[in-house]
Design a binder for this molecule. Structure first.
Ligand SMILES: [Fe+2]
Length: 257
């Protein structure tokens, strides 16, 4: 079962403040947990479904982590107790949730299932900008929503960072220090602006496998001109080249590349 009525009174506000970083029109910085977004049985069904599609997992940007796009109306859904429109229905609920948290209309960007095996982690990052807050080719990703499907793993905390008062400006090393770190509750949906106002990461998975569903959101009404879209396409090509180099380093055993 997917949550039926989303009620603000159930929201757990981990953070709720004005956004002083003020980029990309993010006026409020809220990190919100919506508990029991799905039930345990549904979460298990999603995990068994995505595990059955083993060959569809692909590398994504974080070490030890794999992602999978989700096709609607896959006949295989029924074998795992999920109806054909399940992922569409879930996405509609995600949308409703993000809109309630931020009091504005949004539209979906990409969404995927993600799994993290032992040793996997995500270093501090912004989803849509560089560390100075300059938007990059992923600036459409204003908000991120993450649904946590299981709790039977160790490590894998979601952490948030603030800028250190003193750091090496030449190399940017030690720029980000963690001020908040927690193990997300299974079956909860967490929503936050994933840009420079919330530099975040995932601590190393120590045992088990951590399963999530991740979706990104933009403002419903925002439009981009062709020149901007073309610029992003070029920038993205460059990012993919850099990621390929990074993956070669990972393959050589240099996981912090
Ligand atoms: Fe992220």
């Amino acid at each position: 079962m997917i949550i039926d009525q989303i009620n603000k009174s159930t929201f757990n506000y981990i953070k709720d403040e004005e956004n002083t970083k003020g980029v990309l029109g993010i006026t409020h910085n809220r990190i919100v947990e919506i508990p029991n977004f799905i039930d345990a049985e549904t979460a298990n069904s999603i995990i068994s479904y995505v595990e059955s599609k083993g060959e569809d997992w692909g590398d994504i940007a974080f070490y030890g982590s794999l992602g999978m796009g989700l096709a609607p109306n896959d006949p295989g859904l029924a074998e795992h107790g999920l109806n054909g429109t399940f992922f569409d229905d879930l996405r509609e609920k995600f949308k409703e949730a993000v809109e309630l948290v931020f009091d504005r209309k949004v539209r979906p960007n990409t969404s995927h299932a993600q799994k993290w095996d032992v040793g996997g982690f995500a270093a501090p990052h912004s989803d849509n900008s560089d560390f100075d807050g300059v938007p990059n080719a992923f600036e459409i990703n204003k908000y991120v929503g993450i649904l946590y499907l299981n709790g039977d793993y160790e490590g894998g905390d979601l952490f948030f960072c603030k800028e250190a008062e003193v750091y090496d400006k030449e190399t940017n090393s030690n720029r980000w220090e963690t001020y908040l770190s927690f193990k997300p509750n299974a079956f909860s949906y967490y929503v936050f602006p994933g840009g420079v106002e919330n530099v975040h990461g995932v601590s190393e998975i120590l045992s088990g496998t951590r399963y999530t569903m991740v979706s990104f959101w933009d403002y419903e009404e925002i439009e981009y001109d062709q020149a901007t879209l073309d610029k992003w396409k070029e920038e993205e090509k460059q990012v993919r080249i850099e990621q390929a180099i990074q993956k070669e380093e990972w393959a050589k055993g240099n996981k912090y590349a």
